[in-house]
Design a binder for this molecule. Structure first.
Ligand SMILES: C[S@@+](CC[C@H](N)C(=O)[O-])C[C@H]1O[C@@H](n2cnc3c(N)ncnc32)[C@H](O)[C@@H]1O
Length: 298
């Protein structure tokens, strides 16, 4: 960023909010950043401590040297492909502000369908049923588990992940949000087995096929490989998750899992092969893509 020193004889010109935004949006657009103006605004907000409304009211405000330096650092990192959520250190999910960094996948809007589906399952339990026991596996930042804990404060929620680093982030999120989730480390559902039976199991496992990993956007490549890599065909984790969950669910309780593009048929087949689920339901996301499988134990 040439902030305040464009090397074109214009050294005296003040580097204002508007000038910074205009320059950066153009630079981001040239670099192929999809939401160039929005990213420029969010990074400038972070650099100078304003929200977006504040930014719009301060177009003529000059940036001081420290602000320019902070902004320049963020813009450089964005141009190198780092996702905005990592640069800001936060991402909203289910109206919860979650801290995120490179130890965890950035929670996606699509995964809110997992939360919705599980809440609907819980709402269908008979009146007077005891407090639900829930497990969120592959929890990452804790997004799904924390959203469920927020909506169902009566529930006992345990959440697991193989990454001890991810769980540090998840526990900090729970503490900051004042939500009670018990985070345990280990492979898939193994660490939660002692708490079974569950009245619901949620998952957003890694499901990107090995051949697809190289084709992911620059941004996604900054996210943990363990959060993405679903093995040769993307179904590696589902092959264990689907039967393991069946063993830990109470009768009538559901496994609600996110799926990747074109995985609905294969994951439904895994549910049928497991032998104890009702015919799975497939839920589409806002883009009309198959996104979530709900498999209820008979
Ligand atoms: C796609 S991310 C989902 C994170 C979070 N649930 C979300 O929706 O934002 C998948 C997570 O699964 C974890 N994971 C991968 N393999 C695992 C395994 N075998 N056992 C437990 N967790 C695993 C990764 O560490 C990562 O946090």
């Amino acid at each position: 960023v040439g902030a305040g020193d464009r090397g074109d004889g214009d050294r005296e010109r003040a580097w204002t909010v508007l000038a910074a935004l205009t320059w950066t949006s153009e630079r981001f657009a040239q670099a192929g950043v999809a939401s160039a103006r929005l990213d420029a605004e969010l990074l400038l907000c972070a650099a100078i401590g304003l929200d977006r409304v504040g930014l719009y009211c301060a177009y003529d405000r000059p940036l001081d040297a420290a602000e320019r330096e902070r902004y320049r650092g963020l813009v450089r990192r964005r141009l190198a492909g780092e996702p905005v959520a990592y640069l800001l250190g936060k991402q909203e999910f289910w109206s919860l502000e979650l801290s995120v960094d490179a130890r965890v996948l950035i929670p996606r809007r699509e995964s809110e369908h997992v939360v919705e589906a599980m809440l609907r399952e819980l709402a269908g339990r008979p009146a007077g049923a005891p407090a639900p026991r829930l497990c969120d596996v592959c929890t990452g930042s804790g997004a799904i588990a924390l959203a469920l804990a927020k909506e169902r404060p009566d529930a006992q929620v345990v959440a697991c992940d193989a990454s001890a680093d991810a769980l540090v982030v998840a526990r900090a999120n729970a503490e900051r949000l004042g939500l009670a989730v018990d985070f345990v480390a280990g492979d898939l559902l193994a660490p939660a087995g002692v708490r079974a039976p569950f009245d619901g199991i949620t998952a957003n496992p890694p499901y990107v096929a090995a051949g697809e990993l190289a084709r992911l956007s620059r941004e996604v490549k900054h996210e943990p490989q363990l959060a993405l890599d679903g093995g040769a065909d993307g179904l590696h984790v589902y092959r264990r998750l689907v039967p393991d969950a069946l063993a830990l669910l109470a009768p009538g309780a559901a496994l609600v899992t996110e799926i990747g593009q074109a995985q609905a048929a294969a994951v439904s087949e895994l549910c049928e092969a497991a032998g104890g689920y009702e015919a799975p339901e497939v839920i589409r996301d806002l883009a009309g893509l198959d996104r979530v499988i709900v498999a209820r134990k008979r």
